[in-house]
Write a protein that binds this ligand. Structure first.
Ligand code: GDP
Ligand code: MG
Length: 176
């Protein structure tokens, strides 16, 4: 988009979930197509953007990543403000990160837009041998709570694009 950069929509999407589930690497994969094995814990609230085309419109996705505030209720309301989409991330090899999902969902629903589009994301699907959360359990939870659901690997770039595309397309349908 060199030259006349025209953005038709800006959609804020937040990443939430326990520490170390891979939120920052999912974002790095989506925004810059990068991955790093020894990613440092995120410091300071930050977001990254990527502009894509949906239905011939230019849509700028503004993706927010938590600032190491993943303890329960430490994420501030400013983080959620104006968010139209969310990726609710757990690690398929860490049962606890999945068991905390209902808390994150409750917090999200308490703060965000009423029509927020939520994708439940089971990350690290490349670590099948260490799996501690079955796909069926997660799918069932997602259906019960009306969430989209995908398993991803930021490492192998599996379904990361798909997860964001789905959320952004749904937001587009609601807000365009
Ligand atoms: P965050 O705290 O949720 O932001 O998690 P990070 O993105 O910092 O990732 C935590 C750790 O998990 C890092 O060592 C990453 O390299 C690793 N990681 C992230 N995504 C994946 C993945 O898809 N597969 C594997 N095997 N490791 C991952
Ligand atoms: Mg992080």
């Amino acid at each position: 988009m060199a030259g006349g950069e025209k953005v038709d929509y800006v959609f804020k999407v937040v990443l939430i979930g326990d520490s170390a589930v891979g939120k920052s690497q999912i974002l790095a994969r989506f925004a810059r197509n990068e991955f790093s094995i020894d990613s440092k814990a995120t410091i300071g609230v930050e977001f990254q953007t990527r502009t894509l085309v949906i239905d011939h419109k230019s849509v700028k996705a503004q993706i927010w990543d938590t600032a190491g505030q993943e303890r329960y209720r430490a994420v501030t309301s400013a983080y959620y403000r104006g968010a139209l989409g969310a990726l609710l991330v757990y690690d398929i090899t860490k049962r606890q990160s999945f068991d905390h999902i209902p808390r994150w969902l409750e917090e999200l629903r308490g703060h965000a837009d009423k029509n927020i589009v939520i994708m439940l994301v089971g990350n690290k699907s490349d670590l099948e041998d260490e799996r501690a959360v079955s796909t069926e359990d997660a799918k069932e939870f997602a259906e019960k709570e009306n969430l989209f659901f995908l398993e991803t690997s930021a490492l192998q770039a599996t379904n990361v694009e798909n997860a964001f595309q789905t959320v952004l397309t749904e937001i587009f349908k609601i807000h365009s």
